[in-house]
Design a protein around this ligand. Structure first.
Ligand SMILES: C[S@@+](CC[C@H](N)C(=O)[O-])C[C@H]1O[C@@H](n2cnc3c(N)ncnc32)[C@H](O)[C@@H]1O
Length: 187
C-alpha cells in the first residue's frame, strides 16, 4: 500500500500468487479499507507458480522494465526468484527479499559453514535451483515453518545472502529487522 501511495499515478502493481483466494478474501479488503480506488486500481493478481509467471514475463518485453520486486514466497525458490527479478528489473530497480534471516536459523547456518563465504557453492546453487525448484514444488514440500523446512531454507538463504553480497550486478544491504530484509539495487 505504501508503494501504491508512492506510485499511484504512474505505476501498476502485480502480485504473484499460487492461490488467488487469500488475495481476494484477505488482501483486497485491506486495499479497500486503505481507501485505494477501485475499479481503477492498477493492481493485478497473477495466479500460478511464481517461477512460471516470472519466466513468462521474462520472455516478453517486460525484461528490464520493473522498478521493484518484493520476494516473500517459498524460500527454497528464492535463488530462482532473485535471478528472475534481476532480469525483470530496470537499472536502478530494487529487489527486496523478506525472511533472509529465517527466525535466526540463517545465523546458525553462517556460524556452521566451513568457509563462511561459500560463494561458489551459492552460484552453483543458483543455477541448479532453477532446475530443482519446480521438482521440489511438485513433490510434497516440508510444511512452511516446520523444523525440516527451516533447516533447509536456512542453508539456501545463507548461501544466497553470501552470493548477493558478492554479486557485482547489485549494491545491497541486509537489514536485521523483523525476519531479515535484504535490499539490492540493480547497477
Ligand atoms: C508470507 S505470504 C506473503 C504475502 C504478501 N507478500 C503480502 O505481504 O501480503 C507468502 C505468499 O506466497 C504464496 N506462495 C507460496 N509459494 C508460492 C509459489 N510457488 N508461487 C506463487 N506464490 C506462492 C503463498 O500463497 C502466500 O500467499
Amino acid at each position: 500500500m505504501l508503494l501504491y501511495d508512492l506510485f499511484v499515478s504512474t505505476a501498476c502493481i502485480a502480485t504473484l500468487e499460487v492461490d488467488t483466494a487469500p488475495f481476494k478474501s484477505i488482501g483486497l479488503p485491506y486495499w479497500a479499507k486503505a481507501g485505494a480506488p477501485s475499479p481503477a486500481l492498477p493492481l493485478w493478481c497473477l495466479s500460478g507458480s511464481a517461477i512460471e509467471t516470472m519466466q513468462l514475463l521474462a520472455a516478453t518485453d517486460c525484461v528490464g522494465s520493473f522498478d521493484a520486486v518484493f520476494i516473500d514466497a517459498d524460500k527454497a525458490a528464492y535463488p530462482v526468484y532473485y535471478e528472475l527479478a534481476l532480469t525483470l528489473l530496470r537499472k536502478g530497480g530494487v529487489v527486496a527479499l523478506d525472511n533472509v534471516l529465517r527466525r535466526g536459523h540463517v545465523i546458525r547456518e553462517w556460524k556452521h559453514s566451513a568457509a563462511g563465504h561459500d560463494v561458489a557453492g551459492a552460484a552453483a546453487q543458483t543455477d541448479a535451483a532453477a532446475a530443482t525448484a519446480a521438482a521440489a514444488a511438485a513433490a510434497a514440500p516440508a510444511e512452511s515453518g516446520s523444523e525440516a523446512e527451516l533447516k533447509t531454507s536456512a542453508k539456501i538463504l545463507h548461501q544466497l545472502n553470501v552470493f548477493i553480497a558478492k554479486d557485482a550486478r547489485v549494491q545491497h544491504c541486509l537489514l536485521p529487522v523483523g525476519d531479515g530484509l535484504l535490499i539490492a539495487t540493480k547497477l
